[in-house]
Design a protein around this ligand. Sequence first.
Ligand SMILES: NC(=O)c1ccc[n+]([C@@H]2O[C@H](COP(=O)([O-])OP(=O)(O)OC[C@H]3O[C@@H](n4cnc5c(N)ncnc54)[C@H](O)[C@@H]3O)[C@@H](O)[C@H]2O)c1
Length: 240
Amino acid sequence: MDSISFSVEGLQVLISGGCGGIGGAFAKAFLAHGAQVIVTDLQAPPEALLEAGARYAHLDVTSDEAVEALAKTIDRLDVLIHCAGKLSRWEEHKPEVFRNIVDIHLFGNVRLAAAFRPHLKQTRGCMINIASMYSYFGAPQVPAYASAKTAIVGLTKSLALAYAEDGIRVNAIAPGWIATDISRGGRENPEFNEKLMARLPNKRWADPEELAGTALFLASPASSLINGVTIPVDGGYTSS
Ligand SMILES: NC(=O)c1ccc[n+]([C@@H]2O[C@H](COP(=O)([O-])OP(=O)(O)OC[C@H]3O[C@@H](n4cnc5c(N)ncnc54)[C@H](O)[C@@H]3O)[C@@H](O)[C@H]2O)c1
């Protein structure tokens, strides 16, 4: 290789949960670096994302039909990122709630992967899945979330092996403690925060933008040899 390229310019990127905190930060970062971005979500896009040049499509990742129908409308895809997510503190001990949370995080990931594999095969593209600190640690308040996030590490390895024959790389990011809507309950709980800060080396909740560099890297040619891994981006939490 003559030179190393960190460029994502001209890539077509699709982000589920793209109107949320992390998905939105990824969308802005890819757009700022010359990629084209389609954000999909249950909720409407913030005006700022549309002004930055993102396209929007409504998508519920728990629907097989909706995911397949969306895939039919998209000609080309280089990067697929599954950012849609939800948790229900303590409610996830109920089987029907557990099922819904796993459906969004884990089956949503599987649905998107299956529907867009042909697109990614054409471009020799890549997938970026979203894991969590709860991929590594138990979470009594969100057992479905933790189960799905643990499974995403295994799914990432398995799809990386299965899709290698198509030239598709599959990796994941395990975010640490990021200030978005999904983490609001934890951020606003003094007891939870005290325990967290005692262990967290950088002693602060992070901005979603602080994850974007890793996503850009994983989508760029500079990471061509990285496949099947989950990268913690966590201010040192998993090392402590
Ligand atoms: N914020 C954190 O600290 C943190 C840490 C680890 C992992 N994560 C993961 O990062 C991802 C993004 O979360 P975030 O922090 O941006 O939270 P967020 O709540 O800001 O965004 C989540 C988005 O997913 C969308 N969504 C929910 N259900 C959906 C469905 N059925 N179909 C389509 N979209 C749906 C929501 O509308 C929302 O826009 C999630 O997978 C989350 O589990 C977040």
